[in-house]
Write a protein that binds this ligand. Structure first.
Ligand code: N01
Length: 497
């Protein structure tokens, strides 16, 4: 495709798992008139960006991969980030996605033109128009820099876990780590042996359970290569066992008690210092925040060169961090494990409807949500994958992504059969959907009183799908055009004349 031809049927924003999944879906449906606008120089999204030491997926690889692209050669049951990124690059090559991708193209803004019934997209390399846009910009793409007084005055190296500075050697340094979430519990043991001293600043003690990772033997791999159905069986076994665990989370009983016992035993076994044991013991129900898996986090904390500080940070100075108790701790580098802008992604500011309102503005007026996790009122022909309430705490996000891709393809096909130029989900449908999300979240463990990135500024769960993924997939098997305001091709053409 020549870049002079700047109109496409579909523009996909982002080449992570969602953008790639959508692109493969389009190609398999015989639709090649699309472009993927990717701001970075490679596919991969979060698995490209998170290259910190020890980064590894906490969902088994047989499930954390596309259903249409099984990989019999996963070396471990839970893959390191580098393996997942290599898999993504291979799939992009093998499925013919590369010619469709414009690397280094950052979407700066996208405006819906109601008269022409298309999206006008501005990138740092010029403009595009598209009949449809798929916002595949990711839930965990925009790192949070915490708003700590003085953080801008720090004179040493400061880096976020998702923007690891591999040119900076932490060996022998005094390092501060801020945050104890899924990323920190991986990179803390990754850097502990080499740093001089590390102070880990913990605001909330997380639940950490043993990791069940193991190497996949050569024989297993040979079997998967020779008999793909065996690998499919393993994938299904992992999938359904995780659905069972989710059933417990949804009812907020059973699994949380079991996890609590395991978590407390893990602390007991891994840590000798009673004061440290008390500091790391969580005070909320397991699974309320994402459960974390690690065999070496607690032992790293218990090492002679590590302190766990729970006093809270008052300010950051040129070469130190001052706690709320007034203690000043000198450090050479700070590593932020402070998470991502999930419910307040800056990308939501960049998509504007016909009235010029961003997704953030529109959601502020009603509630942050998307019907079927994908479509938002007043934003015609825009599909967000993964969208609000499609995040997942117990299984593979790729399951949700594939369900959304399938639904979008069915919707576009239904539009073509009815000769529709645009579809826009009705406000009442959106409101009912948000009511459903609230009602389904109410009895779950995610609503049991902790603060987490699943909750938005209004305290609502607008991130997680509060149910079984089997239910989500079933809902997205069919398309009901009565849920949408529609404009026909002839009406749009007449308006344009
Ligand atoms: O981020 P987080 P993450 N002062 O938001 C603390 C996925 N992931 O990058 O709990 C002090 O979970 C904050 O404290 P608190 C996975 O879905 C997956 O670790 O809010 N502390 C918390 O401890 C995961 O859930 C994998 O009190 C501050 C931490 O920073 C998601 O990414 C690996 C602070 C943020 O934790 C995000 O994980 C890695 C402040 N001002 C990530 N602000 C795997 O598959 C925040 N914190 C294994």
């Amino acid at each position: 495709m020549s870049d002079k031809q700047r109109h496409v049927h579909t523009a996909i924003v982002g080449a992570g798992f969602s953008g790639m999944g959508m692109a493969v879906g389009l190609l398999e449906a015989g639709r090649s008139d699309f472009v993927i606008l990717e701001r970075a120089a490679s596919v991969g999204g979060t698995w490209r960006d998170n290259s910190y030491p020890n980064c590894r997926c906490d969902v088994p690889s047989h499930l954390y991969s596309f259903s249409f692209a099984p990989n019999p050669d996963w070396p471990e049951t839970y893959s390191p980030a580098g393996e997942i990124h290599a898999y993504q690059r291979r799939v992009a090559e093998e499925k013919g996605l590369i010619p469709h991708i414009r690397f280094g193209h950052e979407v700066l803004g996208a405006d819906w033109d109601d008269d022409a019934s298309l999206w006008r997209i501005e990138t740092n390399h010029g403009s595009w128009t598209a009949d449809f846009v798929v916002g595949a910009f990711g839930l965990l793409a925009e790192p949070v820099t915490p708003d700590i007084p003085g953080i801008d005055t720090f004179e040493g190296t400061i880096m976020h876990s998702a923007r690891w500075d591999h040119d900076h050697d932490l060996t022998g340094e005094r390092v501060a780590v801020i945050g104890t979430g899924a990323s920190a519990i991986q990179f803390v043991p990754g850097i502990q042996p080499t740093v001089g001293h590390m102070t880990v600043f913990q605001r909330t003690a997380p639940w950490v359970l043993p990791h069940r990772n193991r190497r996949i033997t050569k024989i297993e791999r040979a079997i998967y290569r020779r008999f793909p159905s065996v690998q499919r069986l393993v994938r299904n076994a992992v999938y359904y066992s995780r659905e069972l665990v989710a059933a417990g989370m949804i009812r907020n009983k059973g699994v949380t008690e079991g996890a609590k016992k395991q978590g407390l035993a893990h602390i007991s076994k891994s840590i000798t210092d009673p004061e440290l044991k008390a500091k790391v013991t969580p005070e909320f129900a397991p699974f309320c925040k994402r459960i974390l898996l690690s065999d070496d986090y607690y032992t790293a904390l218990d090492s002679a060169n590590v302190d766990l500080n729970v006093d809270g940070i008052a300010e950051i100075r040129a070469n130190s961090i001052v706690t709320r108790t007034g203690e000043e701790i000198e450090v050479d580098s700070i590593v932020l494990g402070t998470g991502f802008h999930v419910t307040d992604s800056p990308m939501m500011e960049r998509f504007r409807n016909a009235e010029g309102h961003s997704i953030t503005d529109a959601c502020d007026k009603s509630r942050l949500g998307a019907y079927n996790g994908t479509v938002i009122p007043t934003f015609p022909n825009l599909f967000v994958i993964p969208g609000p309430n499609t995040g997942i705490g117990h299984t593979s996000l790729i399951v949700m992504i594939e369900a959304q891709v399938g639904w979008v393809l069915k919707l576009v096909e239904a539009m073509e059969q009815r000769r529709l130029a645009s579809v826009e989900v009705k406000q009442a449908v959106h409101d009912d959907w948000c009511d459903l999300m609230d009602a389904k979240t109410e009895p779950t463990v995610w609503n049991s009183g902790c603060s987490s990135w699943y909750l938005d500024k209004d305290g609502r769960n607008s991130t997680l799908w509060p149910g079984l993924t089997t239910e989500f997939r079933k809902r997205l098997r069919t398309v009901d055009l009565t849920q949408f305001e529609t404009a026909s091709i002839t009406t749009v053409a007449a308006a344009a004349d």
